[in-house]
Design a protein around this ligand. Sequence first.
Ligand code: HEC
Ligand code: HEC
Length: 135
Amino acid sequence: MKFNKKQVAMIVLALLTMITTATSVETEIKYTNLQVLPKNIKSGELNKIMLDEFEDGLGVGCNFCHAPDKNDSTRLDYASDAKPEKKIARVMMHMTLNINKQYFLIKQPVLGSPLLAVTCSTCHNGQPRPAMPSE
Ligand code: HEC
Ligand code: HEC
């Protein structure tokens, strides 16, 4: 089978469209319920915070803060705020950023940055609930 110039051009165009659609789906995950992290955060950065700061910092799995999907209990619904732990984590994120800003004079503290003086691990040290003085 032989293609004429027009057919070749159309095939090339179709392939290019396929490639660009595939890559844009991969790099642009739209998060729908970010209230503390930047709304346009890259998925690599978000995943690093979830894994290194939260999961390792508190010694828990994703399901400690994220509720199961209502339609498929084998999956987590990351945007859902159904679990109180997720809401507490947001308060803790604000607190952690404020400690860095007010007391360690870090101008624009960002979670996951190696420049932070205080992180989740500083207090949690791999535990979901640091011991309180009364305990
Ligand atoms: C200590 C609690 C905690 C743990 C553990 C945790 N997360 Fe999160 N996650 C949060 C909070 C809080 C937010 C919302 C942040 C905000 O409002 O800016 C969030 C947001 C997200 C989002 C964005 C959802 C959206 O569309 O708004 C994804 C995706 C996500 N987490 C994935 C994960 C994965 C994967 C893991 C395990 C590796 C994980 N998280 C572990 C607390 C946690
Ligand atoms: C200055 C110390 C400190 C820092 C920093 C800190 N936490 Fe906490 N966190 C605590 C203490 C203390 C408790 C226990 C409070 C209680 O038991 O009433 C706690 C409790 C929590 C809980 C509730 C756990 C449960 O079982 O109810 C979550 C979730 C949490 N922290 C997430 C985080 C995350 C995420 C970060 C980092 C963004 C963070 N914390 C940073 C001190 C800290």
